[in-house]
Design a protein around this ligand. Structure first.
Ligand SMILES: [Zn+2]
Ligand SMILES: [Zn+2]
Length: 364
């Protein structure tokens, strides 16, 4: 089958023929319906975060179960599923504590690019090809661990469902699960790309009274207002710190950093009030460090990270599906462009130029 393969940084992905073996025990083959094009893939293409090579990228997808391996009990052929990009072992302290997004074995496999047993089902000319985050969904078929699948209702459009697999869950989950934003509170969101827009809509869902969107791109700020932002600040034209202080004297209750840069992480910390909470959602380049003013720790400010929106995928993702079908979660508005697999490098170029909220690759 044709797949989008990463060979080395700073080169377009190759649309190459690769082989995909049958699922082993506790694994499932999924026919991919659609895959979202996410900034984390672009970070790997740009060499900002390490990626095994060669590797089929794509970590935001949905599809239909085609074949199940021995011992699979959760799912059967014909089930509609969202792909979760962190599989879970069900046995480590994190899994037992209900925090599968922090699963030791799942995170190790996801970054190593193998399935949970340390091997790959993808190959080319008999040599292994890695599966990004056990999903590798920039291809018409994928083999995944059973624990990477989340069953959803059959009436949910799969191209919309794909977006829940990363950007929507990461953004909405950071608000609901990590920060537990309270109704009536004030929220600042730094960075309004595909994930940031979902932080904005998560804040709107929780009933935040003031949602201040901050970006340097007016198109993204317009989108943020469609997604529920009450104020939009272009930080290329005005100082975000003083503008936020004018809107919310003393600082906001919650600030979210959704870019992945040390300066904006620091800015999130500076934007919150005494006792406020700053949440880092953005993925920083390898080796980056943040400095914080030590004198303000007495103000009881908190800064924390959020991985995959603190999600328990099989609990949270079906709820987001329900919210979409009730008309309360915006997904249609996120899809700016649809590409065939062969157009995937154009999708990354459009993302680089800041022209899109989300693009998807459709296999329909
Ligand atoms: Zn992503
Ligand atoms: Zn685990």
């Amino acid at each position: 089958m044709k797949a989008a393969v990463f060979y080395r940084p700073n080169e377009p992905l190759a649309i190459d023929d690769v082989d995909l073996a049958d699922p082993k025990p506790q694994e499932v083959t999924v026919r991919v319906a659609a895959a979202g094009v996410c900034h984390s893939d672009l970070h790997m293409i740009d060499g900002l975060i390490p990626c095994p090579s060669p590797c089929v990228l794509g970590h935001e997808g949905a599809g239909v179960v085609e074949k199940v391996g021995e011992g699979v009990t959760y799912t059967q052929p014909g089930d509609h599923v969202i792909l979760s990009f962190i599989p879970s072992c069900g046995q480590c302290p994190y899994c037992i504590a209900g925090r599968p997004n922090l699963c030791t074995a799942g995170n190790r496999a996801a970054t190593r690019g193998t399935l949970l047993d340390g091997t790959t089902r993808l190959s080319k000319d008999g040599k292994p090809v890695y599966h990004l985050t056990c999903t590798a969904c920039f291809a018409p078929y994928a083999v995944l661990p059973e624990s990477s699948l989340v069953k959803i209702r059959q009436d949910m459009p799969l191209d919309r469902a794909a977006l829940i697999g990363c950007g929507v869950m990461t953004g909405v989950g950071a608000v609901i699960n990590t920060a537990k934003v309270q109704p009536g509170s004030s929220v600042a969101v730094i960075g309004c790309g595909g994930v940031g827009l979902n932080v904005v809509q998560g804040a709107a869902l929780t009933g935040a009274a003031q949602i201040i969107a901050i970006d340097i791109n007016d198109y993204k700020l317009e989108l943020a207002q469609q997604f529920g932002a009450t104020h939009a600040l272009n930080s290329a034209n005005e100082d975000a710190l003083s503008a936020v202080r004018n809107l919310s004297p003393g600082g906001v209750d919650y600030a979210f950093e959704v870019i992945g840069r040390p300066e904006t992480m620091r800015q999130a910390f500076d934007l919150i009030r005494r006792g406020g909470l700053a949440v880092v959602v953005g993925l920083a380049p390898a080796g980056a460090e943040v400095s914080l003013p030590a004198g303000v720790f007495l103000q009881e400010k908190t800064i924390t990270g959020s991985s995959y929106g603190g999600t328990r995928p099989r609990i949270d993702m079906p709820k987001l599906v329900d919210l979409y079908l009730l008309g309360r979660l915006k997904l249609d508005e996120l899809i700016s462009r649809v590409y065939p697999l062969e157009g995937i490098n154009d999708a990354f170029e459009a993302m680089r130029r800041g022209e899109v909220a989300r693009s998807i690759v459709s296999f329909a």
